[in-house]
Design a protein around this ligand. Structure first.
Ligand code: PLP
Length: 416
């Protein structure tokens, strides 16, 4: 806390930054403008119509016909907790395959929701094979498999088609955390047969953290309704008749059947919808769909390709399995001469206003992560980042051929 009382009353004046870490990233100006739109009451017909529009927009973003597609208020973790806490019943076996930090998170949330949470592991930087899934699912017979589509901590992306087929053969539900990938990487929910998916705004959708779009199938909704419970203070005779006989969902805030009622024409009150975040989420979806899902994914692919070519031409070594990288974040080994890389990151921020990240756990201080997502995912930012990195690497004792990174990135764009 500042000891200068006057600073407390100064207006916010953040330094301009270019956010090229693993997220959050710079927010689209249109999204920022949408967030300053005047608020309305949560039952105002115009506002509830905006809620309906958000559902229609996110069905397109998730490429799904799932009726149950809406926002959970809170960061991406709120969407994860809502899905897992609502679907998991005490004692259910849940398999959380761990290929980075977020697998651990899913396992922990499942465990806290009362599951018998089991996991399989693979080295950070790799993904799982279909055989590994088959073996683990046959052995543990989980009721639910919970996995991240992209684990931002390792920059790897897990292919989902085979996993989904295996889950179906073994009658296991499949929950996907798509926080890191939605918008920048293909995720056709219905085509892949995913049962429940949640995401966040602050990665490829380039919105602020604080809203979590989720979607789940009718079959999941049916199961959830067996646990339906309406708060006493708003329970009508009609609601009473619809009470489920399954175990009550432990969390009130993340009780999906209650959220389903709130997002239905009944508008049965639950929380107060976070209006400014709803405006943000709506604008994120509009921007993505205006550009086109495929065009946006291609922009992410091309930008990552240019960034990676530039980094390699500078003599840096890319991290992780080249076949299974996310299209929006790149990991590179920190050269030995740069130690844990913290000084370089601080200089990039202070001297060039560019934020890049390191990682967590075994990769903390071992790799840098550079994000090229959403609003940031453009040629000019690739060239700015590579130039700044070259200068900063030089200052930290790592010599790169002058201009090689920028030249290699240019070549990718010229050949595209
Ligand atoms: C793959 C993944 N899942 C979940 C989260 C948690 O998101 P949040 O910080 O918005 O709660 C993150 C955040 O980086 C993430 O990358």
């Amino acid at each position: 806390m500042t000891d200068s009382g006057t600073q407390l009353f100064e207006e916010l004046d953040p330094q301009p930054r270019l956010l090229m870490g693993p997220g959050p990233v710079d927010v689209y100006p249109r999204v920022l403008r949408a967030m300053s739109t005047p608020l309305q009451g949560q039952f105002d017909p115009q506002f509830t119509e905006y809620m309906n529009q958000v559902q229609v927009l996110y069905r397109q973003v998730f490429e799904t016909a799932n009726h149950q597609t809406f926002l959970v208020n809170g960061t991406a973790r709120a969407g994860i907790e809502a899905c897992l806490t609502s679907i998991i019943e005490k004692g259910d076996t849940v398999l959380a395959p761990i290929y980075g930090r977020f697998g651990h998170l899913l396992k922990e949330i499942a465990m806290r929701a009362g599951a018998n949470a089991v996991s399989i592991d693979t080295e950070w930087g790799q993904v799982f094979t279909a055989e590994q899934f088959e073996e683990a699912i046959a052995k543990h017979k989980p009721r639910l498999v919970a996995i991240s589509h992209g684990d931002t901590s390792t920059t790897m992306k897990q292919p989902l088609a085979e996993l989904s087929a295996i889950c179906k053969q073994h009658d296991a539900l499949l929950y996907i955390d798509a926080t890191a990938t939605l918008g920048g990487n293909a995720l056709p929910v219905d085509e892949l047969g995913l049962d429940m998916v949640s995401a966040g705004l602050q990665k490829c959708l380039s919105g602020p953290p604080g809203s979590s779009p989720i979607t789940f199938s009718d079959a999941v909704a049916e199961r959830l309704l067996k646990r339906k419970h309406t708060e006493a203070g708003i329970r009508s005779a009609e609601a009473e008749a619809l009470e489920g006989d399954g175990p009550i969902i432990q969390s009130n805030y993340f009780d999906l059947p209650m959220l389903m009622d709130y997002w239905s024409p009944k508008r049965l009150n639950h929380h107060t919808e976070s209006a400014s975040m709803l405006y943000a989420a709506r604008e994120c979806a509009r921007l993505l769909l205006e550009e086109g899902l495929t065009a946006c994914q291609q922009r992410h692919q091309l930008t990552s390709k240019a960034m990676r070519a530039g980094l390699e031409a500078m003599g840096l070594e890319l991290f992780g399995d080249p076949q299974n990288r996310m299209d929006n974040v790149t990991g590179i080994f920190i050269p030995e001469v740069c130690g844990d890389g913290a000084a370089l990151r601080a200089q990039m921020l202070e001297d060039f206003g560019i934020e890049i990240g390191t990682s967590f756990g075994p990769l903390d201080g071992k790799i840098w992560r550079i994000g090229t997502m959403g609003y940031v995912c453009h040629k000019a930012n690739v060239l700015r980042c590579l130039s700044a990195l070259e200068m900063t690497l030089h200052r930290n004792g790592f010599k790169t051929p002058q201009g090689a990174g920028v030249d290699a990135a240019y070549q990718v764009y010229n050949n595209s």
